[in-house]
Design a protein. Structure first.
Length: 186
């Protein structure tokens, strides 16, 4: 949103908040006679419950404050430190680090539906890997291979100090048998 739109939105929200506060206070204190204004805007009648009107304007105040808060709130990009840099401070976003580790792990055979998550910590990062394995393979050896490759990818390629790498098998897929052309002819 450009600056002009942002300033206009903030001014409009402040006007709505202040006018709603004045209306709610006036409902209970009766400083002003608002019936003429309400007749023009809300077709206000004498039998309208003042507590319902107060609740309506209180909800307008709450919604306006929430929108105003969201106007100033900026989501911080989550990053992790790269440990290999000594001359300065280098960081990488968690999303790009996770994608890079996933790309490096896709070369490993017998795994599918690979998902990697990097969680930054003060002294390094945790890597959580989720994947499905093919049936009939040695699970412990494959898990060690995936963890070793994830550590290698994070340490050597990205320069991230890995505290721990976790691998979770989310399921098993049937083994794919490839048929050669010679077998098809027979």
């Amino acid at each position: 949103m450009n600056i002009f739109n942002r300033i206009m939105m903030i001014l409009l929200l402040l006007f709505i908040i202040i006018s709603s506060i004045v209306i709610v206070v006036n409902i209970f204190i009766n400083l002003f006679q608002w019936t003429d204004i309400f007749n023009r805007i809300l077709v206000f009648r004498e039998n309208t419950n003042i507590y319902i009107v107060a609740c309506i304007f209180l909800s307008i105040i709450i919604i306006s404050i929430a929108i105003l808060f969201l106007e100033f709130y900026r989501r911080k990009i989550k990053t992790t430190n790269i440990a290999a840099i000594k001359d300065g401070k280098a960081m990488i976003t968690i999303r790009s680090a996770s994608q890079q580790i996933e790309e490096d792990l896709k070369d490993i055979q017998h795994i599918s539906n690979l998902k990697a998550n990097v969680l930054p910590k003060s002294d390094g990062a945790l890597i959580n890997i989720f994947a499905k394995l093919q049936k009939g393979i040695n699970v412990s050896k494959k898990m060690q291979e995936v963890i070793r490759e994830a550590n290698k990818s994070a340490t050597e390629n990205l320069g991230i100090k890995v505290i721990k790498a976790n691998f979770t098998v989310t399921g098993f897929v049937p083994k794919v048998d490839l048929v050669t052309v010679d077998e098809l002819e027979d």
